[in-house]
Design a protein around this ligand. Structure first.
Ligand code: NAD
Length: 485
């Protein structure tokens, strides 16, 4: 069993509380490692280190100098690809293929943001000010400056990638950052902290700090800290609301990427096999524990029976088991609590009139917290299984006949992260794109974003977003200069 440390001000340290978080491999149900359980004093120390880094020359360096560290982060990830992949598989039962993709994509993400160093720019704005003779006498320009020390609070489902989603733009723009991984899956992130400390000793102290600990203690302390200028959270709506409340007194910027309940709309002219494959992959990937993946499917009544029959076959064919078995489409849920939440959601769906077409129960396996691939039919639009995030391999499928009605149903949701359309008619697709009110819309493919896009949700899914150019600007604040001559 491995013991991991926090990284504060360039030093690998245990926590001030002296307490530890036991991390379970959800598939084997064995404790595989311990992370320090950081508390208020650890938050203070990490923020002090970040503040000192912010007042050093770090934010004033050319962005290229900071980007050089991002490239080295990418390299140490690639040098330890297999080790990090194995750790990610062990701490959350992500199947090996997907875990490898997450580690590789994280390295690519650091490289991608390094590439922004000589691209991001300010603006020159025409001034209306003029001398007595009518000729212009003023330049206006807009500088972008780093927002300051940031707290990055991460979820358990893509712990390594989401960490990079916060660290990469922060480093590039000159914002020192304190990362708090989820207590459920802190190990891969803390191993990366150790690799940074050992392999990049010249990284200025305090620029990036990693502290594990609970949301209600460490997370709250970071949020309320007067020197933290922005909290970037990826997590639940509940945590996002708490962060807004806890930062209200200091009027702090928040960047919140919260839950989803993605609708897929399948039109009569859809490529049926593509739609079945896309919806199946989207719903079953990582045991359904993905924020942007299909959580409800609306299928035109003219193809409903055929679609549902093919979808049932596809769900029933999905192998699930050992995350290291290449035939496993998915493995255990992340923990017992998650399994219990999914079980309760399906029981509630039945009470509210839904019928289980296939699955509908925890799976009988020797170890792990498995739930069967499950399709629910007959669920009402206002029922919980259609309205609330389940975060498991459970899909309600609903027939529709009227275009305006299905768009209304799709948009009728407190979340607004992603949506998808399956149709071969360009006019239908264009109309659907215009009418859907979500941060992302996928056409004829499952839900997964690219690093060049902008991952941001409407409604309770959050505020702000990540990736690409717009994700970079989250970490910057403007300064407009009026220069009269
Ligand atoms: P969670 O909200 O329970 O925890 C997320 C993080 O917030 C953890 O590190 C936790 O310790 C911390 N936290 C909890 N309460 C806090 C508080 N009051 N103050 C400060 N920090 C606090 O979420 P989770 O269960 O880890 O992740 C699953 C959720 O994340 C799902 O709802 C999923 O949709 C969402 N998610 C969203 C995206 C996205 O891009 N929109 C991506 C991944 C996950």
């Amino acid at each position: 069993m491995g013991t991991y440390k926090n990284l504060i001000n360039g030093d690998l340290v245990t926590s001030s509380t002296g307490e530890w978080i036991d991390v379970e491999n959800p598939y084997t149900q064995e404790i595989i490692g311990q992370a320090p359980k950081g508390g208020v004093a650890d938050a203070e120390a990490a923020v002090a280190a970040a503040v000192a880094a912010y007042h050093s020359s770090w934010p004033k360096l050319p962005a290229e100098a900071r980007a050089a560290y991002l490239k080295r982060f990418a390299q140490i990830i690639r040098d330890h690809q297999q080790e990090l992949t194995d750790l990610l598989i062990a701490e959350q039962a992500k199947v090996a293929g997907l875990a490898g993709v997450e580690i590789g994509f994280t390295a690519a993400y650091f490289d991608y943001y390094a590439g922004w160093a000589d691209i991001y720019e300010g603006e020159v704005i025409n001034s209306s000010s003029a001398r007595a003779d009518g000729t212009s006498n003023e330049n206006i320009w807009l500088n972008w400056k780093p927002i300051g020390p940031v707290a990055g609070i991460c979820p358990w489902n893509f712990p390594f990638f989401v960490m990079a989603r916060k660290v990469a733009p922060a480093i590039l723009t000159g914002c020192p950052i304190v990362i708090k991984p989820s207590s459920t899956t802190p190990l891969t992130t803390l191993r990366f902290a150790q690799l940074i400390a050992e392999n990049i000793p010249d990284l200025p102290k305090g620029v990036v700090n990693f502290v594990a600990g609970g949301g209600g203690t460490l997370g709250v302390a970071l949020t309320k800290h007067p020197d933290i200028q922005m909290v970037s959270l990826t997590g639940s709506v509940e945590a996002g609301i708490e962060i807004i409340k806890n930062s209200a007194d200091k009027v702090m910027k928040t960047s919140l990427e919260l839950g989803g309940k993605a609708p897929a709309i399948v039109f009569p002219d859809a490529d049926m096999d593509l739609a079945v494959r896309g919806v199946t992959d989207s719903r079953l990937i990582f045991s359904g524990q993905v924020c942007n993946c299909c959580e409800r499917a609306y299928v035109h009544e003219s193809i409903y029976d055929e679609f549902v029959s093919k979808l049932k076959a596809s769900f029933e064919a999905a192998q699930y088991g050992d995350p290291n078995d290449p035939t496993s489409v998915y493995s255990s849920q992340v923990d017992k609590a998650q399994l219990e939440k999914i079980t309760a959601a399906v029981e509630r769906a039945k009470v509210e009139g839904g019928e289980v077409l296939t699955g509908g129960a925890p799976a009988d396996k020797p170890t792990g917290y498995f739930y069967e691939p499950t399709i629910i039919t007959g669920a009402r639009q206002d029922s919980d299984v259609v309205q609330k995030e389940v975060f498991g391999p459970v899909l309600p499928v609903i027939p529709w006949s009227d275009y305006d009605q299905v768009i209304e149903w799709a948009n009728d949701c407190e979340y607004g992260l992603t949506s998808s359309i399956f149709s071969t008619n360009v006019n239908t697709v264009m109309r659907g794109i215009k009418d859907l009110n979500f941060g992302e819309t996928y056409v004829n493919r499952e839900h997964f974003e690219g690093l060049q896009g902008f991952h941001a949700g409407w409604r309770k899914t959050g505020i702000g977003g990540a990736d690409g150019k717009h994700g970079l600007y989250e970490y910057l604040q403007s300064q407009v200069v009026y220069l009269r001559y």
